[in-house]
Design a protein around this ligand. Sequence first.
Ligand code: UDP
Ligand code: MN
Length: 273
Amino acid sequence: PMGVCPSATMLQMKDNFTGVLRPWARPEVLTCTSWGAPIIWDGTFDPDIAQQEARRQNLTIGLTVFAVGRYLEKYLARFLESAEEHFMVGQRVVYYVFTERPAAVPRVALGPGRQMRVQYVVRERRWQDVSMARMRTLHEALGGRLGREAHFVFCMDVDQHFSSAFGPEALAESVAQLHAWHYRCTPANTRASSSLLGINDHKEHRSSGQQDRERGLEALWHDESHLNKYFWLHKPAKVLSPEFCWSPEIGPRPEIRRPRLLSAPKEYAILRD
Ligand code: UDP
Ligand code: MN
């Protein structure tokens, strides 16, 4: 779905959090989608402007993460500790951890203005269903306390850790993450990543999953496939470059200057039942 944006549009392109963007700082990469949404790369925004704007608006930013089964012991502590170091530092943050074992959630020391809420979820039997059930659970959570207290909500996989500042430049009405393994693909086989998404309205995302289920179908990439359909129909207002969710297994690439979030190597054999 990505296309080249006319440079006249680019010059005027700005949003509340990034101020005026500097797409010319990264001439080697695509910095705008065909529908005019900015693709945020390192060097195209001023992190201080984003920081000040978010403070001025006195925002609360939600970060939701699921840690079910063996993913809890394996990944949650590092995910949260690294988020304390790099995620929305200086802003009000509320973590929502969804797990079937609330008592086993590690006690991570939180900075001022940062809180954690642990919510019980039933453990789905199949890992595919654990992943798919996230959207239904998040939808319900958004109708409750999370929806009331957070102005923006991210949903991230737990099998990763922050490695550099991940700030309010990533905020928008609806945000999609370019997939590290697929961003160089042709439009026909691009896919967005479920590892990060600014949640706006999940009704349609959910119902497309439910319809499949009723027909006895399962999408190849589970919730990611449904998320891609959602973003196809509802174009995101902002797109994050793969620097915001990088996979070190790919190896270094010149356009990946400063990865902010690094995914762990896949260990499905020992993690999934
Ligand atoms: N997850 C979990 N327990 C499971 C399966 C999945 O907690 O048994 C959660 C966890 O947050 C994980 C996310 O669902 O990061 C997506 O699953 P996974 O990371 O295995 O999918 P992939 O990144 O390989 O698409
Ligand atoms: Mn993952």
